[in-house]
Write a protein that binds this ligand. Structure first.
Ligand SMILES: Cc1cc2nc3c(=O)[nH]c(=O)nc-3n(C[C@H](O)[C@H](O)[C@H](O)COP(=O)(O)OP(=O)(O)OC[C@H]3O[C@@H](n4cnc5c(N)ncnc54)[C@H](O)[C@@H]3O)c2cc1C
Length: 298
């Protein structure tokens, strides 16, 4: 991969970067290569220089990712804090780059007297991750507000795409393969800053009272099955507080798995499998994972 780099790039390329430093579970082995682009042009240049066979993985704030202990083959491209522009394009229309934290986007919109994305304030990921996951909370979802997305492909070519070009469902989005998000264009409603700010505060308080905020987790591990809650099913199995190594099912919210300090990715993955197997055997429900698992077993 290194030999394929022909032109000077302005971003930073690291080798064997520990992914435990870049995921909210605080686990995961090293990425072979880890690229921090200096901006969109630099990212396009970097991509155009990559070998077609180079595996590429995109990373936001790592709040929905379990990276296995053996790490990641190929190159991880991080957007968080790098593709970081946010601007008002037109009345009610906001362009948010992929690396902008969801909370920052929510606060920006509130300041601009725009309402609709207050729910983003409590999602500890980036706009790119929210687009990839169709992140949502309290009855709202990211793609309800998307009127266009900017993408980039592995040759570094950029496209402006419409929502109709994607299959969007609950915590799942499918688009053109080998193309990733670099920005979202969000349509919002005119409102007032005070109401939006108060709504953000109210939603954050609701979260704090029901979720183990502040402990290393990935939020909800499983999607909610139709008409039910994964947390209810897990709790009914008596799994709250159950641990594998340093990974434990949260006492506060049964769909959260906490790294109590010394967990490995293998501990977390084993606990995920144990929970899924128990729910299937006791309730006959096959839980579907929300969390993405990537990388190599150690
Ligand atoms: C305490 C806590 C609470 C949470 N609450 C919620 C919640 O209420 N609702 C909710 O939906 N989620 C929630 N989550 C999960 C998580 O925050 C979201 O899924 C979030 O959208 C992930 O964003 P990220 O930037 O961290 O993505 P990452 O974890 O970095 O990546 C997630 C996936 O998206 C892909 N991806 C990332 N960036 C891009 C890009 N630019 N283009 C293409 N693909 C990309 C990655 O390759 C990966 O497959 C919570 C997590 C935690 C830790």
């Amino acid at each position: 991969m290194m030999a394929a780099i022909q032109q000077a790039l302005r971003g930073s390329l690291k080798l064997n970067e520990s992914m435990a430093r870049h995921t909210t579970w605080r686990v995961g082995g090293p990425a072979e290569c880890y690229y921090e682009p200096a901006g969109l042009e630099d990212l396009a240049e970097f991509l155009s220089q990559q070998d077609e066979a180079e595996p590429l993985m995109w990373l936001g704030l790592g709040s929905n990712l379990l990276v296995r202990d053996g790490g990641i083959r190929g190159t991880v491209i991080i957007t968080s804090g790098l593709l970081n522009e946010i601007e008002l394009l037109d009345e009610g229309l906001v362009r948010v780059e992929a690396g902008v934290a969801c909370a920052k986007a929510a606060r920006f919109c509130a300041r601009q007297q725009l309402v609709g994305v207050e729910f983003l304030a409590g999602i500890p990921g980036t706009m790119g991750g929210a687009l990839a996951m169709n992140a949502g909370a309290f009855g709202s979802e990211t793609w309800q507000h998307v009127v266009a997305v900017e993408t980039i492909n592995r040759n570094g070519q950029r496209h402006l795409r419409q929502p109709e070009e994607f299959v969007v469902s609950y915590r799942h989005v499918k688009g053109v393969s080998d193309e990733w998000f670099v920005a979202a264009h969000l349509r919002l409603y005119c409102g007032d800053s005070e109401t939006a700010t108060a709504r953000i505060k109210e939603l954050l308080e609701k979260r704090n009272s029901s979720q183990p905020i502040g402990l290393p987790s990935c939020g909800s591990v499983f999607r909610n099955p139709e008409g039910d809650h994964a947390a209810r099913l897990i709790e009914a199995c008596g799994l709250k507080g159950v641990c594998v190594g340093g990974a434990c099912v949260s006492e506060k919210h049964a769909n959260f798995i906490i790294n109590t300090g010394e967990a490995t990715a293998a501990d977390i993955e084993a606990l995920i499998e144990k929970v899924a197997a128990e729910v299937e055997s006791q309730h006959g429900v096959q839980l579907i994972r929300e969390v993405h698992i990537v990388g190599e077993v150690a």
